[in-house]
Every structure is written in structure tokens, then in C-alpha cells.
Design a protein around this ligand. Structure first.
Ligand code: D5M
Ligand code: FE
Ligand code: ZN
Length: 536
């Protein structure tokens, strides 16, 4: 009997007796059958703290109900068939929870503590009864979708994007005396404009030409390939981005000397006397969701597992942020059902509620949707709908926000974004890839937009307003989606990608995406840590 299966049952509060162990072991697919059986039992509404004993008789009834193997008993499995035990079992994992130090870049590694592997047998769980949260939602677009999807909305959407980002660019001293495009034909010397990139192309001599437009007109801007630094900068500029150009006019062409992105000023770091845990891409319901790894994470956050140092970190946790893809969803890609253990979206959220419901109630959990969740896919995505996720909504310590959203956690401004636009940037910009989400996050901050390219893989709702402009500078920028974690501090902003709890999928095999599953970033009193829960 694999330990994994024992723990699966134990985590759901079910003890499996010896004969039932043996019986499960003889089945073709014991792991999957165990998962379904657990769901079936848990779905009957047992109390979380009750311990149930699974006997071979109960197992037989379940197998018969599911048509898995012929058994003699005629009764259906009922909750009353399970024997209750008042004894509370302590589940102790044999595997150490370690703080990872083997990570990608050096800045990252410097911030990670030494590997420690100790097992804490005694629960230090001490619920803080009087804990107070200073939690505010600063920006949420859940109820702000007014779009009728017509062409007028498109125009208004782009105008809004342009004027919001222009307002940021106008404050740059280099662009103070910018001119509307229609006026530059009257000037001879230096030309300064602020416009949206309508398109760009390379000339046959290898120069780059941008078509830039504002509300008054449009103009071609040439970037000479011998101006190496400028040419390099021009390579990261994308369609629909709003930029400033300083150059000289030659007839109907502006020769660019400088490209100015709105960028972000350096921010001062705020003190933090608590911890925030960042996760995303849990993909509950998928065959590749790593339930055991997730349960180990839950035990740590509940202060029941880890070295003394790790438990001290857990004690400081006040917020758990989830940046989308909580569940694997239904029909997200062709033939997805073959890769699902739970094929119903409501049941996926019920399972999510069971798993997240094990987390201590004095931690506030903030959930934003991702492209696998049951929210509309066009961004900004409204919060996970209650209609499908009622079970999660019933958890008292969970808050739901849109994607993207800005929340204030004790005054720490946190921008949460799933990260779908990373696909567009990784596909279209030289030097950007899923592996380097820190560079993509820096680029989004520089562009002051969550999903700058319109009409690529990221579906954007053409709202009357563009809610994806990054107007406020966050203290933390939390993303997911790429399933590969990263951390970098840029101009004082903590940029965090939280990885996943899903092992490599068939799709990711094709694209050679190697996920960093079970590695969880934490800001412990302002200091970054990466906690490793995976076993390998
Ligand atoms: O995304 C899981 C992973 O797959 C993540 O690394 C992004 C990548 N991905 C997803 N969709 C695409 C497209 N359309 N192009 C390129 N790469 C993609 P998930 O959202 O969990 O399915
Ligand atoms: Fe995902
Ligand atoms: Zn995703």
C-alpha cells in the first residue's frame, strides 16, 4: 500500500483498516479510485474533525456502486455505514519540508535560507482569536463590466488607455513640452510626441519603423539599426503600447533619438510585521494536481509541520494570496476531460473548499481567478462566480477578487494578476520567455499595462474604461500562470511568481515547460523565502 494513499485518506479524516488497505491495493488504479471514494465520502457532509474508519465492506459497496468490481453486498454506501472514532490521529509525514536554496538566479538564491529538514511532531497550531485584519480591496473590476462589445466601446477603450498612460508620460520631465502629432509639422528641431504604437515593421535595410498615433493624427518613426542602444530598446516595444518619442522630423518621418516608457519610480519599502504566502495554479480536479504536496503545505501553514524556523514563519502568516487557476476547469482545452479526476466544475470547487477549508481560520485567503476558473475568460476577469463555487464562498476566511485586482494588506499594496498576457509577450518579444517571468513583470511595470498587446492570445474585454492600466504603483506584484516561480525586487517592488501545485502536463511536455511545483514563495516580515514542499 503506497503511503500516498494512506495520507490521502488520513488527510480527509478517514482511517483505512488493514483488510481495506489490501483490497484497494489489488485494484487497477488505486490512487484514482481512492480520490473518488474520498470525494464520495466527504461529499456526504461529514464533520471535519470526525475520524471515520473505512472497512472492506464499505469499500465493496462503493466499488459496486461505481461498477468497478463485482461485490456481494446489496446496500448503497451511506454515511451511517462508517464507524466514528473519537480519537484524533496525528498525521506525520516522513518527508522533510525544506527551504529551497537551489534556485535559478543569484539574487533569488541570496534571499533563500539554507535547506533545513526537520519534522515537527507536535502541533504548534495556536489560532489567534483576536486577530484583526486591515484588509481593503482597492481595485476590483468584478462588477464593472459595462461593455456592449460594439465598435464605440473599442474606441472608448483605446482612448482611455491612451489618456491614462499619456498622463503618466506627461509627468516625465523629458516630455513636458510634447506636442500633438498634428502640430509637429510646424516645428523644425526636436520633436517630442506621446502616442500609441499602431504597428511596426523592419525595413529591408534592417531599421525599424513604428506607426505612432494620438488623438490628432499619426506619424512614422524610424529607429536606425546603428543606434544600437536605442534599437535594442525598440525590440521590447509592442503593439498598442503607449510611449514617448524624442527625435527630429525629416518630412513625414521622425528619426528617433529616444524612446520613453512610462516606467515606475523607485518606491520606499514599507515595514511589515507579518507574513504573506503566495500560491497560484493549484489545478484541483486535474490528474496532475499534487494533492499530497498541497496537503503538506497546509500542514506547514497550520504550524503542524516543518523545522522550528519554518514553523516560526507559519506563525507570522496573516494572508494567503491565490493568483488564479484554483481548479483545472472544464473544457479549457480540447480533450481536457481525459486529464481530469473531477469532471464537474462545481465538484472541483467543492474539492477546493475541502482542501482550503483545512487551513486555519485566522489566515485570510484572497482568491483571484485564472484562465482555468469558471469566470469569464476575457480580462479583466470578474471574481470566481458564487454560482459555481458556493462551497468556497461558504468558507468564512475567503475573499474573492477580480483578475487583476489591487488589495491592501495592512497597508501593503498588492497587485494580483494571473499572468495570461505573459504568453503574448513570450511569443512576440525577443528575449522574453515563460522561464523569465521576472523580466516580463518588469516589462509590464515599465509599460504600465497588465496586457499591452490587444488581440493576441489574451482575450481582453473592450470595456469603456481600460482597467488594465497600472495606474498605482504596487508594493507587491503577484502573478502565476507560467507554473515556474520567480522573484525579483525591482525599484523597491517585490515581483513574485508563485509557481504551481501541478506536475508537468502533456501540453507542457510539448513546450518543454518544466514546472517548479510545490515551491511556495513567502514574504516573511518583508523578507523573501521560498519554501519547498515537493518530495524529489
Ligand atoms: O498554463 C500552463 C502553462 O502553459 C503556462 O506555463 C503557460 C503555458 N501556456 C498556456 N497556454 C498557452 C498558450 N496558448 N501558448 C503558450 N503557452 C501557453 P495554464 O493556464 O495553467 O494552462
Ligand atoms: Fe495554470
Ligand atoms: Zn493559467
Amino acid at each position: 500500500m503506497s503511503q500516498d494513499i494512506i495520507f490521502k485518506f488520513a488527510d480527509a479524516g478517514i482511517l483505512v483498516n488493514d483488510s481495506a488497505y489490501d483490497k484497494i491495493n489489488t485494484l487497477d488504479n488505486p490512487v484514482n479510485i481512492s480520490s473518488s471514494l474520498i470525494l464520495d465520502i466527504v461529499g456526504k457532509g461529514i464533520e471535519k474533525r470526525d475520524i471515520l474508519i473505512l472497512t472492506p465492506e464499505i469499500l465493496d459497496k462503493y466499488l459496486e456502486k461505481e461498477g468497478i468490481s463485482p461485490v456481494s453486498s446489496e446496500n448503497n454506501l451511506e454515511i451511517s455505514d462508517l464507524k466514528y472514532s473519537s480519537e484524533t490521529e496525528k498525521n506525520v509525514d516522513n518527508d522533510g519540508l525544506s527551504i529551497a536554496s537551489d534556485h535559478i538566479n543569484s539574487t533569488y538564491t541570496e534571499l533563500v535560507t539554507e535547506v533545513v529538514s526537520e519534522i515537527n511532531n507536535e502541533s504548534s497550531l495556536n489560532i489567534r482569536p483576536n486577530i484583526e485584519f486591515n484588509f481593503k480591496v482597492l481595485q476590483d473590476t468584478s462588477k464593472k463590466s459595462y461593455t456592449s462589445g460594439n465598435i464605440k466601446d473599442m474606441i472608448s477603450y483605446f482612448n482611455d488607455r491612451y489618456s491614462k498612460i499619456k498622463n503618466i508620460l506627461m509627468k516625465r520631465k523629458e516630455l513636458k513640452d510634447y506636442l500633438p502629432i498634428s502640430d509637429i509639422f510646424q516645428t523644425k528641431d526636436v520633436v517630442k510626441i506621446i502616442g500609441m504604437v499602431k504597428d511596426f515593421r523592419n525595413t529591408k535595410n534592417g531599421h525599424k519603423i513604428f506607426e505612432i498615433e494620438d488623438e490628432t493624427g499619426e506619424i512614422s518613426v524610424l529607429v536606425h539599426n546603428e543606434n544600437h542602444k536605442l534599437f535594442e530598446k525598440s525590440e521590447i516595444i509592442v503593439r498598442d503600447e503607449v510611449i514617448g518619442i524624442i527625435g527630429s522630423r525629416k518630412g513625414n518621418l521622425v528619426i528617433s533619438n529616444e524612446i520613453i516608457q512610462p516606467g515606475v519610480p523607485r518606491i520606499e519599502e514599507k515595514p511589515m510585521d507579518f507574513s504573506i504566502v503566495f500560491i497560484s495554479d493549484v489545478h484541483i480536479g486535474s490528474c496532475t494536481f499534487l494533492e499530497d504536496v498541497f496537503n503538506k503545505f497546509v500542514k506547514w501553514i497550520n504550524c503542524e509541520f516543518g523545522s522550528q524556523e519554518q514553523i516560526e514563519i507559519a506563525k507570522n502568516v496573516k494572508y494567503l494570496l491565490v493568483a488564479g487557476d484554483i481548479v483545472d476547469g472544464i473544457g479549457v482545452y480540447p480533450h481536457q476531460d481525459k486529464e481530469l479526476t473531477i469532471k464537474d466544475i462545481t465538484l472541483q470547487y467543492e474539492e477546493a473548499a475541502r482542501l482550503f477549508g483545512q487551513i486555519r481560520p485566522d489566515i485570510k485567503i484572497i482568491i483571484a481567478p485564472g484562465n482555468h476558473d469558471a469566470s469569464r475568460v476575457a480580462e479583466p476577469q470578474p471574481a470566481v462566480p458564487e454560482e459555481y463555487a458556493e462551497a468556497l464562498y461558504n468558507l468564512k476566511n475567503v475573499e474573492f477578487v477580480s483578475n487583476p485586482a489591487i488589495v491592501s494588506l495592512e497597508g501593503i499594496k498588492t497587485l494580483i494578476y494571473h499572468g495570461r498576457s505573459f504568453d503574448d509577450l513570450a511569443m512576440t518579444v525577443k528575449g522574453l520567455s515563460h522561464q523569465n517571468s521576472d523580466i516580463i513583470m518588469k516589462e509590464l511595470l515599465e509599460k504600465r499595462h497588465i496586457a499591452p498587446i490587444y488581440g493576441e492570445r489574451t482575450p481582453l474585454a473592450s470595456e469603456i474604461e481600460d482597467y488594465l492600466v497600472i495606474e498605482d504603483i504596487p508594493d507587491i506584484f503577484h502573478t502565476g500562470h507560467v507554473h515556474i516561480n520567480s522573484y525579483k525586487k525591482y525599484k523597491g517592488i517585490h515581483m513574485i511568481n508563485s509557481g504551481t501545485f501541478q506536475s508537468q502536463t502533456e501540453f507542457q511536455k510539448i513546450y518543454n515547460i518544466i514546472p517548479t511545483f510545490g515551491e511556495v514563495p513567502v514574504l516573511n516580515k518583508g523578507v523573501f523565502k521560498l519554501l519547498k514542499f515537493r518530495d524529489d
